[in-house]
Design a binder for this molecule. Structure first.
Ligand SMILES: *Cc1c(COP(=O)(O)O)cnc(C)c1O
Length: 244
């Protein structure tokens, strides 16, 4: 088990490096974030004890279950799942430092209220539905700049960039066009020079499409399967919740 995870991490690092070489990027510009949904604390620990720092859950329940097990090991928790407003309090309790899935104003308002009460701030990424698929969360690309502008008005929320889940398709060029949409939105937001907004992070690319994402400017790749193996639950279990 340990060997598998360590081997898989090496394979991923090599993939990141090769993709960077192809486009003349510095591999230090691309952070590896481990998507740990359904992965046991024990397996996550192996990664954390071998140089990984960034991990992310999709569900508050899993964050909570693994919190005590991982508390003693240095790491950073991001949140990448659909966040219900009634769970906002919990993610702050479990030391989430960046909410990558901020996709609506109502959620920003609730986060802000809670952060004010706790005298805290948090990093956020605006989640964009760049593939325009019904089944995925995220603000429509046409509304992303507007949402960014509104979120920037909450002083407790530090906008650091954008996040997207690419189209699931074997056609690389279609997947690439999702990542291009995110890159173009980043450039547009930078051009508008919105106060309290830093647009340095582009969280895009997963086990199956990280090379394409890196070629298009990703700074955070979110990898689960390629490190920890296949999951029992289909991703729709995490992504469709509450939709319908
Ligand atoms: C599960 C998940 C990932 C990782 O997906 P893999 O294909 O297993 O690498 C990335 N981002 C989000 C939002 C996820 O839910």
């Amino acid at each position: 088990m340990e060997e598998d995870i360590l081997h898989n991490l090496e394979v991923i690092k090599t993939r990141i490096q090769k993709a960077c070489e192809k486009t003349d990027r510095n591999p230090d510009e691309v952070k590896l974030l481990l998507a740990t949904k359904t992965v046991s604390s024990e397996r996550i620990k192996i990664a954390l004890e071998n140089g990984q720092i960034l991990i992310a859950e999709n569900k508050v329940q899993e964050l909570k279950e693994k919190y005590n097990d991982l508390k003693g090991i240095p790491h950073e928790n991001h949140f990448i799942g659909h966040l219900q407003t009634n769970k906002v309090k919990d993610i702050l309790k479990y030391d989430v430092v960046c909410v990558q899935s901020l996709d609506r104003l109502e959620l920003a308002e609730k986060l802000h209220q809670r952060l004010v009460a706790e005298r805290k701030t948090t990093d956020v990424l605006i989640q964009v539905n760049a593939s325009n698929e019904e089944s995925k969360f995220g603000v429509h690309p046409n509304e992303a700049v507007e949402l960014t502008r509104k979120v920037s008005e909450f002083r407790t929320l530090k906008v650091k960039g954008l996040m997207t889940i690419g189209l699931f398709s074997s056609e690389t060029e279609k997947v690439r066009s999702c990542f291009k949409i995110l890159k173009n939105l980043q450039l547009e937001i930078i051009r508008q020079n919105i106060p309290n907004v830093e647009m340095k992070e582009l969280s895009m690319g997963m086990s199956g499409d990280l090379e394409t994402a890196i070629e298009e400017g990703s700074t955070i790749v979110r990898v689960g399967t390629a490190v920890f193996g296949a999951r029992v639950y289909p991703d729709s279990y995490y992504w469709d919740e509450g939709k319908g």
